[in-house]
Design a protein around this ligand. Structure first.
Ligand code: SF4
Ligand code: SF4
Length: 234
C-alpha cells in the first residue's frame, strides 16, 4: 500500500504545531543567510515531495511550482529524481508562506523520525547536514512537546500506510549512528514522550537520558547567542 493524496491531507491535518511557540527560529538563522531562513532557501534545501503529496499541494494552492533548475546542483538534483516517485518543487518564498500549505518536509525540518536499532520509533533526530546553519539544531530544548507529539503521530499514520517510508527512516537512523560513530560523537534525540536522550557512538545505538542543561551546551551557534542558554535569547 502507498500513501495517497488523501493520506497526505490527513497528515497535514494531524501535524500543524510550530516547532516552537516561543521562538521564531527563522529570525535566528535568516540574518546569517542573506535575510532568508536557511530551510526556505532553495540554494540550501531543495524541497522534495512524492507525487501524491505534489497532487495534494497543487489542488490546494498556487504557492508551489515544479523546480526549474537554474544552477548545476539543482540540475543534478532534478535529474536524479527523473525516474523516481518524487519531484523537486519550489515555493514563492518565505514572504508568501502559507502555513496550511507547507509540505511535510517544511513542517518537519530539521527533524526526522528516529528509530533505535530494534526498530522502535523513539523520537526525533536532526538532519546533520544542516548543523552550523540551522539554529534549532544547536538549541533543541526550544522545541515544543506538541511539535514532537504531532510529528511522531502523523509519521506513524504515514508508516501504517506505506512500509517504504518506514524503511527509509529506519535506514536513515542507522546511517546517522554510523556517521556519528565515525565522528566519535554522541547525538541528541528528542524523546517521543518528552525528555532528551543521547545516542552514544560505537555503542550499538545505546541511549542514555540527557539533561536540558547538557543540550544547552551543544553549541553556541551565532556570535550574538549566549554561550550556554538559548532560553535567554528569546
Ligand atoms: S528550522 Fe532551522 S533553518 Fe529553518 S528557520 Fe528555523 S532555525 Fe532556520
Ligand atoms: S512553504 Fe513556507 S516553510 Fe516551506 S519552504 Fe516555502 S516559505 Fe519555507
Amino acid at each position: 500500500m502507498a500513501v495517497t493524496a488523501k493520506h497526505y491531507a490527513e497528515i497535514y491535518r494531524q501535524f500543524q504545531a510550530p516547532i516552537s511557540k516561543r521562538y521564531d527560529c527563522g529570525k535566528k538563522c535568516a540574518p546569517h543567510n542573506g535575510g532568508v531562513p536557511v530551510c526556505c532557501d532553495i540554494d540550501n534545501a531543495i524541497p522534495i515531495v512524492d507525487k501524491p503529496e505534489w497532487s495534494l499541494l497543487k489542488s490546494r494552492t498556487d504557492l508551489w511550482q515544479r523546480l526549474k533548475p537554474t544552477t548545476p546542483s539543482q540540475r543534478r538534483e532534478v535529474k536524479s529524481l527523473e525516474d523516481s516517485e518524487s519531484c523537486a518543487i519550489k515555493c514563492k518564498g518565505a514572504a508568501h508562506c502559507e502555513r496550511d500549505n507547507r509540505s511535510l518536509a517544511c513542517r518537519s525540518f530539521p527533524y526526522f523520525p528516529y528509530f533505535d536499532p530494534k526498530g522502535n520509533l523513539v523520537g526525533l533526530a536532526h538532519y546533520w547536514a544542516f548543523e552550523g546553519q540551522c539554529w534549532v539544531i544547536a538549541n533543541p530544548m526550544i522545541v515544543d512537546q506538541a511539535f514532537v507529539t504531532e510529528m511522531v503521530a502523523s509519521h506513524e499514520y504515514m508508516f501504517r500506510h506505506d512500509k517504504k517510508w518506514h524503511e527509509t527512516y529506519v535506514e536513515f537512523s542507522a546511517s546517522m549512528r554510523r556517521v556519528f560513530s565515525r565522528r566519535k560523537k554522541k547525538f541528541a534525540v528528542l524523546g517521543r514522550d518528552g525528555g532528551y536522550f543521547w545516542v552514544l557512538p560505537h555503542s550499538g545505538g545505546k541511549m542514555i537520558p540527557a539533561k536540558a542543561e547538557d543540550l544547552a551546551r551543544l553549541g553556541k551557534m551565532f556570535p550574538e547567542d549566549p554561550a550556554t542558554d538559548a532560553n535567554a535569547a528569546a
